[in-house]
Design a protein around this ligand. Structure first.
Ligand code: GRF
Length: 189
């Protein structure tokens, strides 16, 4: 499947997908100078910049983003550290074809950008990561795959997040393969 990847941060998941040979045909971001966008430009990948301040509303931003992704031939949109919530125009175009990676075992610690800190504060012994379909309700779409990660004594947000990210780099590629296989089966190929 031709992937579009949405990023706002360092882009380690994006780098991992590219390194593993996934067909990333477009990258979109709301933060044009983030590490993920810089990496994509360095690789010569088409990068769409959609900072909110350029658009009168989130819906205008997402209509423009959907148009860009369609032009690039994206078949599956992967949110990998994208820190905005998608609105109707993106679902109208890519509904059912958007997935997200979240650094907790959903439904635990949903809905925020600080899921790792929340897990530490809650004192859980196990957290992890989840790849799920994106629906309009944040972090609530059907789960595709999850992987547990033990919380160790003395863990900080940084140490726990690093171990969760190592797991993300295994989980997201597997989830994309599952979704691609399901899509192929659905169209009888
Ligand atoms: C990941 O931990 C992901 O679960 C969360 O944001 C982080 C993105 O990391 N949604 P990176 O930019 O891919 O390194």
């Amino acid at each position: 499947m031709k992937l579009g990847v949405a990023v706002s941060g360092q882009g380690s998941n994006l780098r991992n997908l590219v390194a593993r040979g996934f067909e990333v045909v477009a990258v979109v971001t709301n933060r044009p100078s983030c590490g993920g966008a810089e990496f994509a430009r360095g690789r010569g990948l088409p990068v769409g910049d959609f900072p909110q301040k350029r658009f009168p509303s989130a819906a205008h931003r997402d209509a423009a983003m959907a148009g860009f992704l369609l032009e690039q031939g994206v078949q599956l949109l992967v949110c990998a550290g994208y820190d905005r919530v998608f609105t109707r125009p993106l679902f109208d175009t890519f509904g059912g074809r958007i997935i997200n990676i979240h650094p907790s075992l959903l439904p635990a610690f949903a809905g925020g950008m600080d899921a790792v800190a929340q897990a530490l504060r809650a004192g859980v012994e196990v957290s992890g990561c989840t790849v799920h379909h994106v629906i309009e309700e944040v972090d609530a779409g059907p789960i595709i795959l999850q992987s547990p990660v033990a919380v160790l004594p003395g863990d900080t947000v940084e140490t726990l997040h690093a171990r969760i990210q190592a797991e993300e780099h295994r989980l997201l590629p597997r989830a994309i393969v599952l979704v691609s296989d399901a899509a192929r089966t659905a169209v009888g190929q």
